[in-house]
Design a protein around this ligand. Sequence first.
Ligand SMILES: [Zn+2]
Length: 116
Amino acid sequence: MFCIKCTYEYKEGIKVCPDCGANLETKLTEAPNLGVNFDSVVLADVENDIEGEILSGMLKENGVECFIRINYLPFTRLAIGNVFSNGAKYGTILVNKEKIAQAKNILKDFKKSNKK
Ligand SMILES: [Zn+2]
């Protein structure tokens, strides 16, 4: 299992991430961005977790493997708010390299639907 916040791999039964301190009890049990079995390339940055979920959902519906890499400053472990003030986005969507063309089309649709 992997910490959804920092992707630290931990053994089942651990309640708090030893690396970043995140509560692991309510988190996803599948790897958010490790353990992927495809070559990944960056598709786009997302502003927040909701945007990330919607976009990755659209990609998966269309058969494009993807995952979200949560951005943070690895050494200082600044809170998300501090990361934002440094101009960094919440996270980055990475997709299967072989499906990047398809993924870009889905991204276009996603941006269109976002502008409503
Ligand atoms: Zn963690």
